[in-house]
Design a protein around this ligand. Structure first.
Ligand SMILES: C[S@@+](CC[C@H](N)C(=O)[O-])C[C@H]1O[C@@H](n2cnc3c(N)ncnc32)[C@H](O)[C@@H]1O
Length: 329
């Protein structure tokens, strides 16, 4: 049994003041205003077009949160803020925090959603603000570059494999697979708006000759191929159960005999109570998408079995499932 929570820990779970202070600071772009130059309160206020006295309260809280420092009357960025929260820094992660802030009002409707079972959003923020969506993908790409190659190695591929990275986003996985397997070529299939970013990341990786980009809606449009391996990484939680089942079936038709589909996602355990991050992510998907859901590995295995994959296995608990297409049709 896990140990009981202390009173302090319960308070901490219910405490969001600092969260909103940080998100507001990123929206106001306070850290960029202090980039490379210390400023006193009135200078920051002029720079942001903000009310000085109230801004002072926010800046002081940011000092206490170790994102700013204060020396006499002047404020400056901490090293962490200068690196990660200044807009023109190559390690800027603010887009991800701006996404959380854009979803703030949806979280306010959680009680109503739970009472009625009715979702309160009809479009995901990525659809209403594609620029924010692309910026967030760029941040996730930078973070994902570290884990991509390890996952690619786990599949133990060999030879001239043709990979389909379905909903491949910034191409993080396709790039990692090309780096791990020198004879592999990849197709990143995604919405045309997203592929503008992918074009940049593939070029930065110097892989234009091995990674091609295919624009379209994966639920409706042709997927090209045939492919030896298809990957769906973090795409299925935006869709409902039956749409996912239909998509898995479409993918099977684009694989060669003996080809495989790998679904990598944030799966819940059978009880639905873990992994801890994923249980909260499931609530996030509930309040921020029209039809999405967090699924179990058994759901993904069921999509594969119903589609007609001959061998279906869990590659990694709560993380990856593999289906292999029969060699003889
Ligand atoms: C969370 S991202 C995952 C990106 C990438 N697979 C990864 O693991 O980093 C989801 C991706 O699915 C794409 N996507 C969502 N719906 C799509 C659709 N109907 N057709 C094609 N791509 C879609 C989005 O544009 C986005 O790039």
């Amino acid at each position: 049994m896990p140990r009981e929570l202390s009173l302090a820990e319960i308070f901490q779970l219910g405490y969001y003041w600092e969260t909103k202070i940080l998100l507001t600071a990123v929206r106001l772009d306070i850290f960029s205003a202090l980039d490379g130059k210390r400023k006193i309160l009135s200078e920051v206020a002029v720079c942001l077009g903000a009310h000085a006295q109230t801004l002072g309260l926010l800046l002081n809280a940011l000092v206490a949160m170790r994102l700013l420092d204060k020396d006499g009357d002047s404020y400056g960025n901490s090293t962490a803020a200068a690196t990660q929260l200044v807009r023109n820094s190559p390690q800027y992660i603010g887009h991800l925090l701006l996404l959380h802030d854009a979803e703030w009002d949806n979280w306010g409707k959680l009680e109503q959603t739970i009472r009625t079972g009715q979702r309160s959003v009809d479009r995901h923020v990525f659809e209403t603000d594609p620029e924010l969506g692309t910026n967030v993908l760029a941040v996730l790409h930078r973070i994902g570059q570290q884990s991509g190659p390890d996952f690619a190695k786990r599949l133990q591929l060999s030879g001239p494999v043709r990979l389909l990275d379905l909903g491949g986003g910034a191409g993080t996985n396709a790039i990692a697979f090309c780096q791990v397997y020198p004879d592999l070529t990849a197709t990143v299939f995604d919405l045309s708006a997203t592929l503008r970013l992918t074009e940049r990341t593939v070029k930065e990786a110097g892989l234009e000759s091995r990674i091609s980009l295919l624009p379209g809606d994966f639920n409706k449009d042709g997927l090209g191929g045939p492919y030896d391996v298809a990957l769906m990484s973090d795409v299925l939680h935006y869709q409902d159960f039956s749409t996912n089942a239909a998509l898995v079936k479409r993918v099977l038709a684009h694989l060669v005999p003996g080809g495989q589909l790998v679904i990598k996602d944030r799966f819940l355990n059978e009880a639905g109570t873990g992994p801890a991050w994923t249980t909260a992510f499931a609530v996030h998907i509930l309040v921020n998408t029209e039809r999405g859901g967090c699924y179990k590995t058994t759901d993904a295995m069921q999509w594969m079995k119903s589609a007609g994959f001959s061998t279906v296995t869990e590659l990694e608990p709560s993380a990856a499932v593999q289906g292999v297409k029969a060699r003889e049709e």
